[in-house]
Structures are given as structure tokens and as C-alpha cells.
Design a protein around this ligand. Structure first.
Ligand SMILES: Cc1ncc(COP(=O)(O)O)c(C=O)c1O
Length: 370
């Protein structure tokens, strides 16, 4: 047996991989309601499925780097195809940014809590994560982020709307970060749920260190198909190309994305369906004393039940046991351990989830009286 440790990168044991255990359980038990990983509950349209089937007929050929779809995407932002990099979901963009800018010991500055993959990919290249807590009302604490910048800060992450807190960063705060001149990812994974809110893509014309990322995994509902893109200055996109693994997007995923882009109405329908679910969950859960849902612009709602005297973990375990609903709890934040997140499902699933949570609190009330 070889002593692998002699050869492995020395920081490898500090990397905790992205946890996909929930997905293993969900695929093994299709009867469960999967409301734990910000998927879209509506499957791809017939048009998208047909596009995939057609593309599969050319499956013996290598794809190009998405010449046509890069043009289609660029047009939407009044940019050129040279400003667009297509990817295997936006996770690849996150990974690419770490590989391009971070060497061992460099720092990646990000908010806490946020999407866990940023930190994982930063650590995978030997980087150190500098996480700055959101404020008590779950807004970006930009003064604290600015104070946390050091000469080793190589990447800053701005997730807007932030997962899991659901709110956008203000323009004023964003510009304070942008003006630092440090490579900054503006992750707009959930923006298509609120098309009235403008993308920050125009910033890339003025700032060559800004990367705007989008995905088809959320509002477009294609998480399993894998397609995303980055918008940036042409020079930076060229560096993405230098670093990329060729054929990162498949003929099938490109065809699916092209078809989805042509179905504007379908996207709006999916967004409206989701947003009605967000309203419903917030409206119902706020009725429970001590429970605070944070209104979200994404396909999830973060809830804090600390003031009701329960932990997020207790609620998550109860709804899983009693209703077969998978939701997610979060590590204690600012001394509060009642945080959990519901990813919106179908309206029926949302109702089942809300009813189960209500039942949890009714039972507690009864137990207290007894
Ligand atoms: C903020 C954010 N960015 C990116 C992603 C990754 O999405 P994908 O790689 O499927 O595009 C997620 C997934 O949950 C996310 O929440």
C-alpha cells in the first residue's frame, strides 16, 4: 500500500465535502416530500424534454462551447457572447473562481449563513474562509465585511438574494464591496423568481473583477440537467476558458437550456407558482407565537422559532417523522438555535408541511398544559 498522505495536497483533510445524504434518502424513498435543497417542484416542460431527446440523437459528437446559447444569453443582457461562460450549473462557476484566484492560505470573504458550497470549494484549493455574520435582522453587515478584508483576501462572495436569508443586498452596500477591486462573485441564482429586480450584470462593463453567476437549477427547474453561466469581462472569461475542463456542458444540457430560454411564459408561471408558495408559508407560520418566517425572494423560506422555545432540529425531525417532509435546520446563529428552512414544494406539499409544523406546536402546547 502506498502512503497516499505523502502525495495528497496537505489541506485535503480540512475539506468537508458537500453533504448529499439528504438526496440519497430522497431518491431512495420517492414518497418523501423533498423540501430541503431548493429544487423546483415543477418538472421540465414537454418542449424541453423533446429538445433533450433530439440532442441525444447527436450524442456521438462532442459539443462546442455553446456558441449559439452564449449568443442567446448575451443578448438578454445587451452583452457579447465573449462575456458569457456556460457551465455545469453555477457550482462550477463557484469552483472555477476559487481555482483561478485562490492559492493555499489566501482568504475568501463571505457572509454567514450562506450557501455552503462557497466555503467548501474555497477550502478545496487550500483557501481559508472568512465568514462575516449577517446582522441580527439577517442583512449583509458590510462595515464588518470591509473590516475583514486583508491583503490575502482574493475573493468576495455576494449571494443576492442570499440563501438562506432570502433578501437582496442593497445597491449602496454592494458598491462598497465592488469598489474594493477584489474579485467578487455576485451570485444571482434565484433572481429569475423576481424578474422585476434587475440583474447586476451591467457592472461587468465597468469592472473587470466582477463575475455575475446564474443557474437554470432554480426558477427554470433544471437542477438535474445541470446548466448555468457566468457573465464577466472578456479577459476574465478567457481565463475561465483556460482553466475549464472541456465539454463541461453537454449537448443535452445546452439543448434543454436553449428550449427553456424560448419559453418565457413557462418561466414566469414557475416563478409565480413559487412566489405564491412563499407568501402562503410566511402568512401561515407567522401566526404561530414565537415563530418568525423571513420573507424570501428565493424558492425557500428561513424561519426562526427560537422565541417559541424550540430548536430547528426538533421541528425538522418532527415533520420528517410525522409527515415525511424533508426540510433543513441550520447551525445556531447569534446564539439562536431555532433556525430552519423550507424549500417550497408543490402547493399540496407546502400545505402538508405547514400543517405538520402547526401540529408540532399544538402538541407542545398540550404537553405544557398537561
Ligand atoms: C446561492 C446558490 N448558488 C448556486 C447554487 C448551485 O446551483 P447549481 O450548481 O445547481 O447551479 C445554489 C444551490 O442551491 C445556491 O443556493
Amino acid at each position: 500500500m502506498s502512503d497516499l498522505k505523502r502525495f495528497l495536497v496537505p489541506w485535503i483533510d480540512r475539506v468537508k465535502p458537500y453533504d448529499t445524504e439528504d438526496l440519497r434518502v430522497a431518491w431512495a424513498r420517492p414518497e418523501l416530500k423533498r423540501m430541503m435543497i431548493n429544487e423546483n417542484p415543477i418538472p421540465p416542460s414537454e418542449k424541453v424534454v423533446q429538445a433533450i431527446v433530439e440532442a441525444a440523437k447527436m450524442g456521438h459528437r462532442y459539443p462546442d462551447n455553446g456558441t449559439r446559447i452564449r449568443g442567446m444569453i448575451a443578448k438578454r443582457y445587451d452583452l457579447g457572447p465573449e462575456n458569457v461562460y456556460v457551465s455545469h450549473g453555477s457550482s462550477e462557476i463557484i469552483d472555477m473562481i476559487m481555482r483561478l484566484f485562490v492559492t493555499p492560505g489566501d482568504e475568501v470573504l463571505l457572509p454567514n449563513p450562506t450557501f455552503s458550497l462557497y466555503g467548501i470549494r474555497a477550502r478545496s484549493v487550500g483557501g481559508n474562509v472568512v465568514a462575516v455574520d449577517l446582522t441580527a435582522d439577517l442583512q449583509y453587515d458590510v462595515p464588518a465585511m470591509l473590516r475583514a478584508v486583508t491583503p490575502r483576501t482574493k475573493v468576495i462572495i455576494v449571494c443576492t438574494p442570499n440563501n438562506p436569508s432570502g433578501d437582496f443586498i442593497s445597491d449602496e452596500d454592494l458598491m462598497k464591496i465592488v469598489e474594493l477591486g477584489i474579485p467578487t462573485l455576485i451570485d444571482e441564482a434565484y433572481l429569475e423568481y423576481h424578474p422585476e429586480h434587475e440583474s447586476k450584470a451591467p457592472l461587468i462593463r465597468k469592472y473587470n473583477h466582477i463575475i455575475v453567476a446564474h443557474t437554470f437549477s432554480k426558477a427554470y427547474g433544471m437542477a438535474g440537467i445541470r446548466f448555468g453561466y457566468a457573465l464577466a469581462d472578456e479577459t476574465l472569461i478567457q481565463y475561465f476558458r483556460t482553466m475549464q475542463v472541456p465539454w463541461n456542458t453537454t449537448l443535452l444540457s445546452i439543448a434543454a437550456a436553449e428550449a427553456a430560454l424560448e419559453e418565457e411564459e413557462e418561466l414566469l408561471r414557475k416563478a409565480a407558482y413559487n412566489n405564491a408558495g412563499v407568501e402562503y408559508v410566511c402568512r401561515e407560520l407567522i401566526k404561530i407565537p414565537g415563530v418568525k418566517p423571513y420573507y424570501s425572494h428565493g424558492n425557500y423560506v428561513l424561519i426562526d422559532a427560537t422565541d417559541a422555545g424550540v430548536t430547528g432540529k426538533e421541528i425538522v425531525e418532527y415533520v420528517f417523522e410525522k409527515a415525511g417532509v424533508m426540510i433543513k435546520y441550520f447551525a445556531p446563529f447569534r446564539g439562536r438555535s431555532g433556525f430552519f428552512r423550507i424549500s417550497l414544494g408543490t402547493h399540496e406539499e407546502n400545505t402538508i408541511c405547514v400543517q405538520a409544523i402547526k401540529k408540532f406546536f399544538e402538541n407542545r402546547k398540550k404537553e405544557k398544559r398537561a
